[in-house]
Design a protein around this ligand. Structure first.
Ligand code: AMP
Length: 135
């Protein structure tokens, strides 16, 4: 995709701090990190989001996420690591080339997790059934 920001980064047309590259994936530091070491892992084959990614590309991205998480653990020494992926603008996606965030966490770093809210009576069973029938 000629005009896609992350495709340009993969092609080397925009400078980046590359962390890792293999046949199917590319990983680089997020320009506006949650904490130092915040890394984005993307498929080289352009896909807008998880819904457009083929299983092979997805598996390759997950393998790279696993590898890089271990490298972050050794090099940055966080107390934990969050993984996230924003799919579609309704979920906060801003760059429309699929990417997984690996975010090192530190004590009192000012970031919070989502707050859950409980199901109503019987709702969880109905929701689980709906999902199962679409697998
Ligand atoms: P989102 O699509 O919501 O996951 O957000 C896009 C992410 O890409 C944000 O965390 C940005 O800081 C990051 N980002 C945007 N432009 C660049 C860039 N040129 N290099 C590295 N990261 C970027």
């Amino acid at each position: 995709m000629p005009q896609c920001l992350f495709c340009k980064i993969i092609r080397g047309e925009i400078p980046t701090n590359k962390v890792y590259e293999d046949e199917k994936t590319f990983a680089f530091l997020d320009i506006n990190p949650v904490n130092p070491g915040h890394t984005l892992v993307v498929p080289k084959k352009h896909a807008v989001d998880i819904f457009e990614m083929e299983e092979e590309e997805w598996n390759a991205v997950m393998n790279s996420v696993h590898k890089i998480s271990h490298a972050l653990e050794k090099s940055i020494g966080p107390t934990g690591i969050n993984l996230a992926m924003n799919n579609r603008s309704g979920a906060g996606q801003l760059v429309f080339h699929a990417h997984v965030h690996i975010m090192p966490r530190f004590p009192n770093d000012g970031h919070e997790l989502w707050k859950g809210k409980p199901y109503r009576k019987g709702e969880a069973a109905r929701v689980a059934e709906k999902i199962r029938t679409n697998l």
